[in-house]
Design a protein around this ligand. Structure first.
Ligand code: NAP
Length: 283
């Protein structure tokens, strides 16, 4: 039977560490500020933005909120980003995705100053990760590395399989596992023999975006199974990409949904805001 990795407890620990360091910076006269931009009123985005603001309040990070109407033009959004880039009192800029269809997300991400890119999506942050330089890490995969490390799960030399190759989860996850000296395989929708490859994994990360797709037939006995997926099932209950009930009896470790990877993303965002303030102050 698997040990359950408690993402809620670990994320709380990280938020408390950020809070402490934020307080210490305040003593030196440095206040951390995150600008959060939401365009339109997609209900899921409103919930995410609300949770990010709550985490800021908890950790002592000042948050500035920009709620723009759905019909905001790309030019108007870029103008705001440019102002925030130049505002020395703002350490981090977060644009909640997805954006309305008439705004190009890549253009928006590329216009955020790489020094304030607390989501870690800017090409410069991605490049820094891939060549091993200090920079902002994409929050969800960075959170998964923390879940593994703080559960004393060794990554070095382990067979790591990541299912999914998105820019925000799969690819940075693979780079981070590689950086920790794992032996990494990345799978996607064109992968042949997916089950066989997954069954080789000591650490299996499911970021496939398909509810409960990964059942016990994908999992080696005692493997560590990390579930990134978030879905609502037919009863409106949250579930992941992993079929928890089927995998739980054979895995060594497993993350639940909710309460696994999810809470880590916001904790790592807070950590990135702290990192932004440290870097901008030459620390
Ligand atoms: P995504 O952009 O939809 O990417 C899904 C990936 O899975 C793609 O690379 C796709 O391959 C691959 N895939 C799809 N069907 C497959 C199949 N049958 N076999 C093998 N690979 C398959 O999703 P994402 O943004 O990475 O997110 C993944 C999941 O994590 C979603 O459920 C999302 O809601 C969740 N998520 C959670 C958090 C959190 O904080 N907990 C954060 C972000 C995302 P191709 O590239 O070939 O299409």
């Amino acid at each position: 039977m698997a040990k359950v990795i408690d993402g809620k407890a670990i994320s709380q620990m990280i938020k408390d560490e950020v809070k402490q360091k934020t307080e210490a910076l305040k003593q030196e006269g440095i206040e951390i500020c995150l600008a959060v931009i939401q365009v339109g009123n997609d209900p899921a985005s409103t919930v995410y933005v609300g949770n990010k603001k709550k985490a800021c309040a908890y950790t002592g990070i000042h948050s500035k909120s920009y709620e723009l109407p759905e019909e905001t033009t790309e030019e108007e959004l870029l103008h705001l980003i440019n102002m925030l880039n130049q505002d020395a009192s703002v350490n981090g800029i977060l644009v909640q995705l997805p954006l309305p269809a008439h705004i190009n997300e890549d253009t928006v991400i590329q216009n955020i100053s790489p020094d304030k890119d607390v989501d870690g999506f800017h090409p410069q942050s991605v490049g820094r990760l891939s060549i091993g330089q200090r920079g902002f890490l994409s929050c969800t995969p960075a959170g998964i590395i923390q879940l593994l490390k703080r559960s004393n799960i060794e990554i070095e030399g382990k067979e790591c399989v990541v299912i999914g190759r998105s820019n925000i989860v799969g690819k940075p996850m693979a780079m981070l596992l590689l950086r920790e000296n794992g032996t990494v395989t990345v799978c996607h929708s064109r992968t042949k023999n997916l089950k066989e490859i997954c069954r080789r994994a000591d650490i299996l990360v499911a970021a496939v975006g398909k509810p409960k797709m990964i059942d016990s037939s994908y999992v080696k006995q005692d493997a560590v199974v990390i579930d990134v997926g978030v879905h609502r099932n037919e009863n409106n209950k949250l579930c992941g990409d992993v079929d928890y009930d089927s995998v739980f009896p054979i895995a060594g470790y497993i993350t639940p949904v909710p309460g696994g990877v999810g809470p880590m993303t916001i904790a790592m965002l807070m950590n990135n805001c702290l990192e932004a303030a440290l870097m901008q102050n030459g620390k």
